[in-house]
Design a protein around this ligand. Sequence first.
Ligand code: HEC
Ligand code: HEC
Length: 159
Amino acid sequence: MRCALAVIFVLVSTAALGGSHFPPGHVDRMRGMTPITDEATPPPFVDPDDSSVRRARNYAMQPPVIPHKIDGYQLDTHVNRCMFCHARTRVEDSKAPMISVTHFMNRDGNFLAELSPRQYFCLQCHVPQVPLAPLVESQFVDVDVLLRRAGSPSATLRE
Ligand code: HEC
Ligand code: HEC
C-alpha cells in the first residue's frame, strides 16, 4: 500500500513538473522569482476602469461588474454610499441603474420594502475592473456558444 502511494506521488509530481513552463527557481505567478522566505514587492496599483460603459454579463445570473471608480465610497454598517445612487428613489437623479429587484428579497424568498441585509455589502459580489492581463488564462465558454454548437434555435446570435 505504502509502495503504491509512493508510485502515485512520483507520477503526480513528475506530471506537475512536466507541465510547468516556469523557469527554475520560479515560485508562482504572483510571487514571480521571489523565494518563499522573502517578502514580494506588491505590484503598483492600477487605475480601475472608469469608462461608465456597462459590460455584457457572461451568464444571466452574473453580478454585473462596476464600470466606474469607487475610490472613497464609504461602505460600512453606518453608511452605504452605493445606495446614494443605486437606491430605487435615487436613480432618477443619479442615472444609475436601480439595484436589482432580487436585492429586496430575504432568504425566505419574501420581498422586503428596502434593500435586504444579505445584499447590503455590494462589494461581496460586484467588483471594479482593471486593465491587466489575468494571472491565469480563462477557459470560460459562453452558454450561447454551447447552444449554437448544439444547434439550438434559441441561441441569440451575437457573433
Ligand atoms: C455617484 C453615483 C454612484 C455611486 C455612489 C455608485 N454608483 Fe454604481 N453606477 C452609477 C452609474 C451612473 C452607473 C451607470 C454606468 C455609469 O454611468 O458609470 C453605475 C453602474 C454600476 C454598475 C453596473 C450595472 C450594470 O448593469 O452593468 C454596478 C454593478 C454598480 N454601479 C455598482 C456600484 C457599487 C457597488 C457602488 C458602491 C461601491 C456604486 N455603484 C456607487 C452611479 C453610482
Ligand atoms: C450576494 C451578491 C450581491 C450583493 C451583495 C449585491 N448584488 Fe447587485 N447583483 C447581484 C446579482 C447576482 C445581480 C444580477 C442578477 C440579479 O438581478 O439579481 C445583481 C444586479 C445588480 C445591478 C443591475 C440591476 C439591473 O437591473 O441591471 C445593480 C445596479 C446592482 N446589482 C447593484 C448592487 C448594489 C448597489 C449593491 C449593494 C447595495 C448590490 N448590488 C449588492 C448580486 C449581488
